[in-house]
Ligand binder design. Structure first.
Ligand SMILES: NC(=O)c1ccc[n+]([C@@H]2O[C@H](COP(=O)([O-])OP(=O)(O)OC[C@H]3O[C@@H](n4cnc5c(N)ncnc54)[C@H](O)[C@@H]3O)[C@@H](O)[C@H]2O)c1
Ligand SMILES: [Zn+2]
Length: 335
């Protein structure tokens, strides 16, 4: 039986790729992956939580199409997106005999997706990968667009590459096992699309957000498809963030990343929670944040391009404020 499925495309010329969205799609993963493979073999990278819930299911779906696989289960959590995690993953891939035409499957949240994407951008000078996101944040944001990275002590996502996936397969049913706090964090990135340029969608979120967070399948399916379509459109228009279009997706993120740095990228503050705080600036913790923001990779000539809003659905990019005025602003918020 085939699942009802939404199919979107990220239009990037020769690097275009499909995004498939549908409840229960994980059970059909093999059928969607098989046409991409040169040999019937793949490597799955996931984390401990996701492996417990979905690795057997994914393995069965691949097996049903005659695809053999090996798997690497990394520790769950942001700390895996590190030099150590990258070394372990790339050496494992080499040990597994990865070839440039292989498609490695990233099964998990944004941590696994970002790490696997980056590893696949450098191993053997680049191999293909497939995103199978299992958190709301990854399903609406990180699995699409090809930004890959690890964190280093100087800052988050400072070492990375643009490397687009070959396919994104989103099964919203995986969200039924996602902890409520993670669902809420991902929801911040959903609301972000409304704030950026879509007041109607923001209004939809106000009306339906509670149902989505309570597990309403229709609401989450709509929110995911709408968010992913927005992300795909923005990425197609400005893949490498050179034209201030993709930069809009960073709404709340410069402040958010500074907050994450202050809390050591730990469970104390999830990425989506930091973004939510960043978007309203309610929790801005003072001028210490400005020092972290000076390391933000988006700094150009001592000025940090900021993404601000004039109102719901009216975000814009500006670099007319120096770091000094950002520090003054945060002081005012904290005071
Ligand atoms: N590349 C991009 O464009 C982009 C965009 C936004 C965020 N990010 C990155 O994404 C990362 C955050 O991603 P995240 O919020 O998905 O975190 P995550 O990958 O750490 O997942 C959150 C937690 O949920 C668990 N989990 C995942 N799926 C589950 C499921 N279906 N059921 C039960 N548990 C599940 C994970 O094991 C983990 O403990 C950050 O590192 C951030 O920088 C990247
Ligand atoms: Zn984000």
């Amino acid at each position: 039986m085939e699942t009802a499925m939404t199919r979107l495309t990220v239009e990037l010329g020769a690097r275009s790729y499909p995004i498939l969205i549908g409840e229960g799609l994980l059970d059909e993963l093999g059928a969607h992956v098989a046409p991409l493979l040169k040999r019937p073999r793949t490597m799955i990278v996931t984390d401990t939580h996701v492996a417990d819930a979905y690795l057997a299911k994914v393995g069965a779906a691949l097996g049903a199409e005659g695809i053999s696989f090996s798997s690497l289960v990394l520790p769950a959590g942001e700390a895996t997106k590190s030099w150590e995690g990258l070394a372990r993953l790339t050496e494992w891939l080499i040990g597994e005999g990865v070839e440039r035409s292989d498609h490695v499957i990233a099964l998990g949240g944004g941590v696994i997706g970002d790490l696997v994407g980056f590893a696949c951008s450098i191993v053997k000078r680049g191999c293909a990968f497939i995103q199978v996101p299992t958190t709301l944040l990854a399903q609406v944001d990180s699995s699409v667009g090809g930004k890959t990275a690890i964190n280093v002590p100087a800052g988050k996502n400072l070492i990375g590459a643009f490397h687009q996936p070959a396919l994104v397969v989103i099964d919203p049913a995986t969200l039924t096992t996602l902890p409520r706090r993670e669902l809420g964090a991902g929801y911040a990135e959903v609301v972000k699309y409304g704030l950026i340029d879509d007041a109607d969608f923001f209004a939809w979120c106000e009306a339906n957000g509670a149902a989505l967070l309570a597990g309403d399948a229709a609401a989450r399916a709509y929110a995911i498809a709408h968010s992913v379509a927005a992300k795909a459109r923005i990425v197609a228009a400005d893949e490498r963030e050179t034209q201030d279009i993709r930069a809009l997706l960073n709404l709340g993120h410069s402040f958010g990343h500074a907050l994450e740095a202050e809390t050591g990228y730990s469970e104390r503050l999830l990425h989506g929670e930091a973004v939510a705080a960043g978007m309203v600036l309610a929790n801005a913790g003072g001028a210490a944040l400005a020092a972290h923001m000076a390391h933000d990779k988006k700094v150009r000539g001592g000025k940090l391009p900021l993404i601000l809003t004039r109102g719901i659905g009216q975000s814009f990019v500006t670099d007319e404020y120096g770091l000094d005025s950002v520090a003054d602003f945060l002081d005012a918020q904290a005071g």
